[in-house]
Ligand binder design. Structure first.
Ligand SMILES: [Zn+2]
Length: 436
């Protein structure tokens, strides 16, 4: 566990300790808020019989050959222990010798192993990735700090007619529904224009309120049944929907990002939420907050799955962590300054989050998107859609300039979000790109 260094954070950790588990369970991308949670349980991926994640495929371990002799033993061990693994369970799967890491590749076969040789002292190795870190870009053109850069924007969720199924939708009686997938798409459109104006090439991972995956819940009924979690038709329906909108959809986005777009950076755009209860009579809360995520913090039971173990090593060897953290720190800083929101704080004993560098706004988590996308990924979670303040701002919609909303004069929530991310990106690249 990384100990917090900021007094503010220690204070918030203490405050949040009692409420932490509740807040944590409500946090976005976790299961739905308790009052609307279906009466099913997500498969504990700890069952001995389970060797792959939902809709996962057996990994091609030979694809790690590209990273033979690419990383020193001490760096490999540091990243494994301080970034990627929360517990010590990895020792069951990875044996670090003087010259190599021996990685178990098949759970049922202790002898099946992949041998990764470490880079020896005195030797060097060129960076092995298709994306460009800020330091690897050519000097920027005047007035175009993001020139030569390809950024992909991933508006979280699907939205539109799928939003209710996704459980990222609620409506106060007589008012406009709040639908996260549509909010993130609005931010993505505004941000795309801003970044292009700053010189970047920008791709949208999703450009409308339709899924990328060709699969639909009906195609996933067998997979839902095979999960062993469902005991009745209602549960099977619920699980097949979740496999569609979350798992199959993000896997389809990962294929687009890794096989077609090949960007230098992906920004995942989300709005957070607190438990709202019944979506038709939602509860509004007083508190809003903000945080940003990078990939890491794999749990022991996640590393015990063959595909996640492989994907973790791919992420580690791809060396995106440093760039991801540098960019995410700048974006978190700009979001904090511009939105004036306090940090969201995970429980000090969180089983699946790890603080990064003592920054109260920056955390590592193992999410499907930031694990599967090969390049650096910055995952943004500002605002609480059902906080009184942000709810009023969402109801006010997008507008130019400033208006008085929820007791203060300010830009639209969408423009504020887009401005903050763009500001963070400009600062990141301006500070690290080579100068002419
Ligand atoms: Zn979201």
């Amino acid at each position: 566990m990384t100990l917090p260094r900021y007094p503010l954070m220690i204070a918030s950790l203490l405050v949040s300790f009692s409420t932490g588990m509740v807040l944590f369970s409500l946090l976005h991308r976790q299961e739905p808020p308790p009052s609307q949670a279906p009466a099913i349980h997500v498969a504990p991926e700890t069952q001995d019989s389970k060797t792959l994640s939902d809709l996962g495929t057996p990994p091609d371990w030979s694809s790690l050959d590209a990273w033979q002799d690419s990383i020193r033993r001490d760096e490999f061990t540091r990243l494994l222990q301080e970034v990627f693994c929360l517990g010590s369970g990895w020792r069951q799967w990875i044996d670090i010798t003087g010259s190599e890491a021996v990685i178990r590749t098949r759970n049922g076969d202790p002898k099946a192993a992949y041998h990764l040789r470490f880079l020896q002292d005195g030797k060097s190795h060129a960076a092995m990735h298709t994306w460009h870190a800020a330091r690897e870009l050519p000097p920027a053109r005047p007035g175009k700090p993001l020139a030569n850069l390809h950024i992909a924007l991933d508006p979280g969720h699907i939205g539109g007619k799928w939003a209710q199924m996704e459980e990222r939708w609620f409506r106060m009686p007589g008012e406009t529904p709040v639908c996260e997938g549509d909010l993130t798409l609005t931010v993505a459109g505004l941000l795309k224009a801003k970044l292009e104006n700053l010189g970047a090439r920008v791709s949208l991972v999703r450009a409308d309120a339709q899924p990328l995956t060709k699969l639909r819940p009906a195609d996933l009924t067998e997979a839902a049944r095979a999960s062993g979690e469902a005991s009745n038709p209602a549960d099977i329906k619920k699980i097949s929907e979740r496999l569609f909108y979350r798992t199959a959809e993000i896997r389809a986005r990962a294929r687009l990002v890794n096989e077609s777009l090949n960007p230098d950076l992906v920004i995942c755009l989300h709005f957070n939420a607190d438990g709202w209860g019944n979506a038709l009579t939602p509860t509004l809360v007083g508190r809003s907050h903000c945080h940003v995520l990078v990939n890491g913090a794999f749990r022991d039971d996640e590393i015990a799955l063959e595909d996640q173990r492989y994907e973790m090593l791919r992420k580690l060897l791809g060396r995106s962590h440093d760039e991801e953290t540098l960019a995410a720190s700048r974006i978190a800083e700009s979001l904090a300054t511009i939105t004036k929101l306090p940090p969201y704080t995970y429980n000090a004993f969180s089983a699946n989050a790890r603080n990064i560098n003592g920054n109260p706004y920056l955390w590592a988590r193992n999410l499907l998107a930031n694990r599967l996308y090969d390049c650096p990924v910055v995952f943004c979670e500002p605002y609480v859609m059902n906080s009184r303040q942000d709810y009023a701002r969402i109801q006010a919609g997008d507008y130019e300039g400033e208006r008085t909303v929820a007791g203060a004069t300010r830009p639209s929530i969408f423009r504020e979000y887009a401005n903050a991310v763009a500001d963070g990106l400009v600062k990141h690249y301006a500070s690290l790109r080579p100068r002419r």
